[in-house]
Design a protein around this ligand. Structure first.
Ligand code: AMP
Length: 397
């Protein structure tokens, strides 16, 4: 895996694809700088090694040149996080941009305008990629969040740089973390897969069965499995058309000696709201008119025991409707157990918007081994797919 550490950046311009698709408030202040912080290590390294950094990213989903989604709004936040001045260049291709890039003093940082102001970016247009490539000597991809897209700046552009392409430190860590779970793992390996639907996670589950010893299934998707096995699930979320798929996965898991753990007891509610009436019942005996919205205490305890015995842990998806405080306990219990196991030496990888948010809410971010920065990209890697942004660098000649 070729990373920035394999290159000499002195007097070179690194054209770095970062993921600065950050949230902003109505006054255009960046409200969460996590993604900028995530790119800092690579930028610092290149600057320290005598290079100049030309950063490029998309922001939101603009239709044409939409001033509201200009990357100029985030320049103060980028500058603050990096601790250096950042020059904004108000386009990303063309003679004027090239001139400004060439005029950058060695050791400086510049940010190009939103790549998606050009529809050619998402179309993976070769001519557009070639025009972008004029802005650097070495191409660095450090945007895991878009690595599953075959866009001009994330994949197609690599061809224009020959051998001068590499992974940034963030993207390299993401690949390494998934590798530590799926291939180079310490056993026992436990995956906790939650979330709303079976349909969005089934390919992940099928693909990870070869690597894991325990599979904890939680959240809305658990009820399709419970119903498929003959359980009474009341008004809980269910995908009737996925019941056979669920049974097939359980059969495959058994063949591969993977222990599957479904909730034992669940907290049920008589309405989908935080102040609904609730009670705890066996997970396969939910009365009509009630829906399962969280794991019960018995499940929490059982899952904690499994997690604490694990040496490698993957968590993707909440095991209850954690956005409502009445149904957050199961997800909190999972987060705490993973943090505890990590403290005892296990490797833990947390990914997916909701699990990452829950980890942050609990103040456990630093207690996990690795928190992934890419939801969709991580799922596709776990599904065993080749990501265009990764392949483009691995195949560079
Ligand atoms: P996903 O995007 O598939 O990872 O699903 C995350 C969503 O699943 C969150 O918004 C949770 O509130 C929701 N969820 C988790 N457990 C349940 C449940 N038992 N019933 C309904 N929704 C749930």
């Amino acid at each position: 895996m070729k990373t920035i550490k394999d290159f000499d950046f002195s007097n070179k311009k690194a054209l770095i694809r970062v993921d600065f698709n950050v949230p902003m408030d109505e006054n255009k202040n960046v409200t969460d700088t996590t993604r900028i912080q995530a790119a800092k290590a690579s930028i610092d390294y290149i600057l320290k090694n005598g290079g100049t950094c030309v950063l490029m990213s998309h922001l939101g989903r603009p239709k044409g040149k939409d001033k509201e989604l200009s990357l100029k709004h985030i320049v103060p936040a980028v500058s603050q996080v990096l601790g250096v001045p950042v020059t904004f260049i108000d386009d990303c291709i063309g003679a004027k941009v090239e001139e400004e890039v060439n005029a950058l003093p060695t050791g400086s940082v510049a940010l190009l305008e939103n790549l998606r102001f050009y529809e050619e970016e998402q179309k993976g247009d070769k001519t557009f990629a070639e025009a972008l490539a004029k802005n650097g000597d070495i191409y660095v991809n450090d945007a895991f969040g878009t690595a599953h897209r075959k866009h001009a700046s994330t994949a197609v552009i690599a061809e224009s740089f020959g051998k001068n392409v590499c992974f940034g430190l963030l993207l390299a860590s993401e690949i390494e973390s998934i590798n530590k779970v799926l291939h180079d793992n310490n056993k026992p390996v436990t995956a906790i897969i939650g979330g709303a639907k079976v349909s969005s996670k089934i390919t992940v589950i099928e693909n990870i069965l070869d690597a894991i010893d325990h599979l904890i299934i939680g959240g809305g998707m658990a009820f399709t499995f419970l119903k498929a096995q003959g359980g009474q699930i009341g008004n809980s979320l269910v995908e009737d058309d996925k019941m056979q798929v669920a049974l097939d996965v359980l059969k495959k898991a058994k063949e591969k000696n993977v222990s599957v753990h479904l909730p034992i007891d669940v907290v049920v509610a008589d309405a989908f709201k935080n102040d609904a009436n609730t009670k705890t019942v066996p997970a396969n005996e939910i009365p009509e008119g009630w829906m399962g919205l969280d794991n019960g205490e018995e499940s929490n305890k059982a899952f904690r025991d499994i997690i604490l015995k694990s040496k490698t842990i993957l968590w993707n998806g909440p095991v209850g409707v954690f956005e409502m405080s009445s149904f957050a306990n199961g997800t909190i219990a999972i987060g705490k157990a993973i943090a505890e196991a990590t403290g005892k030496g296990a490797f833990s990888l947390v990914g997916g918007g909701d699990s990452v948010a829950a980890t942050k809410q609990l103040g456990l971010t630093d207690a996990m081994s690795y928190i992934s920065t890419g939801g969709g990209a991580m799922l596709e890697m776990l599904e065993g797919k080749d990501l265009p942004g990764i392949i483009a660098i691995q195949n560079a000649k």
